[in-house]
Design a protein around this ligand. Structure first.
Ligand SMILES: Nc1ncnc2c1ncn2[C@@H]1O[C@H](COP(=O)(O)OP(=O)(O)OP(=O)(O)O)[C@@H](O)[C@H]1O
Ligand SMILES: [Mg+2]
Length: 262
């Protein structure tokens, strides 16, 4: 069986289906006819060497760039993203490596950045509703079991893991079905990386799906339901984490061949 033919257990719904999508830069096929399904409530890890096409693939799924060929379906319906806001409307949020936080802002200010809540004062002037933003921030943090030392500190005073928690919490402000993360743990210490992993597991319990790029196979094996391996723009294999080993995954990353076909 080709691993990509893997069928989800009965009752599992597909949220997103990338149907044979491709993207070339000049003569270089950065992503070549990749077919990948992401089901509701599953964590898929995307692995592969540098330049394998991982970031290019997730940029297409998050509306940053458009595929040259192929189609994307959400809940079985074809959809075209003209930009990241279209993907966000469809319930796809992406955590980029730079996180996009404003250093001098505190937690609620960062969470509501660009979508601040306002209220009328004296019936005329519109002002920011700080109390409500703070209340909703506390609520969101509680929902994902996150504790931060202080909401009023500017985020520049926070650790890498705490900032990441703020960035992830912000993604949950809108109705989100799929979180996409490009190397979220790369810059974190062991403890902080572990917290992000825990958070992904918490979110999965809430039927949220995650697509995560990581070079750290230990992390991948700790959280992923399936592992998608890319090389030279191609999706080599998608395997069930429980049915593979680290050695097999490394073998596929290096050889570009599915061990099941070997
Ligand atoms: N905007 C671009 N213009 C030209 N070539 C690009 C562009 N973006 C990516 N590429 C090329 O496409 C290929 C895939 O790149 P991509 O960034 O998707 O790889 P990756 O798997 O994310 O690698 P890494 O693990 O190093 O982040 C690479 O050869 C890269 O040089
Ligand atoms: Mg990349």
């Amino acid at each position: 069986m080709k691993a990509n033919d893997w069928e989800a257990p009965k009752g599992t719904k597909t949220f997103l289906h990338a149907k044979s999508i491709s993207k070339s830069y000049g003569g270089l096929k950065a992503v070549s006819e990749v077919d990948l399904k992401i089901h509701r409530g599953e964590v898929v890890a995307l692995v592969g060497d540098n330049g394998a096409g991982k970031s290019t693939l997730i940029k297409m799924l998050s509306g940053v760039i458009s595929p040259d060929r192929g189609a994307i379906e959400i809940d079985g319906q074809p959809i075209r993203f003209l930009g990241p806001s279209d993907a966000r409307t469809a319930g796809i949020e992406t955590l980029h490596q730079h996180l996009g936080l404003v250093e001098v802002f505190n937690v609620p200010e960062n969470i509501f950045l660009g979508q601040e809540l306002t209220r009328r004062r004296l019936g005329i002037f519109k002002g920011l509703d700080h109390a409500k933003m703070r209340r909703l921030t506390e609520e969101l943090l509680r929902r994902v079991d996150l504790r931060l030392p202080s909401l009023d500190q500017p985020v520049k005073a926070m650790s890498g893991g705490q900032r990441q928690a703020v960035a992830i919490t912000r993604m949950l402000l809108n109705e989100v079905h799929l979180l996409i993360m490009d190397e979220p743990m790369a810059a974190l210490g062991v403890d902080e990386g572990r917290k992000v992993l825990d958070l992904i597991v918490t979110l999965r319990e809430r039927e949220l799906s995650t697509l995560i790029i990581s070079h750290n196979l230990e992390h991948v094996f700790a959280i992923a339901d399936r592992i998608a391996v890319m090389k030279n723009g191609e999706l080599i294999s998608v395997v069930n984490t429980r049915e593979t080993t680290s050695d097999e995954v490394v073998g596929m990353i290096v050889s570009g061949r599915s061990y099941k076909e070997a």
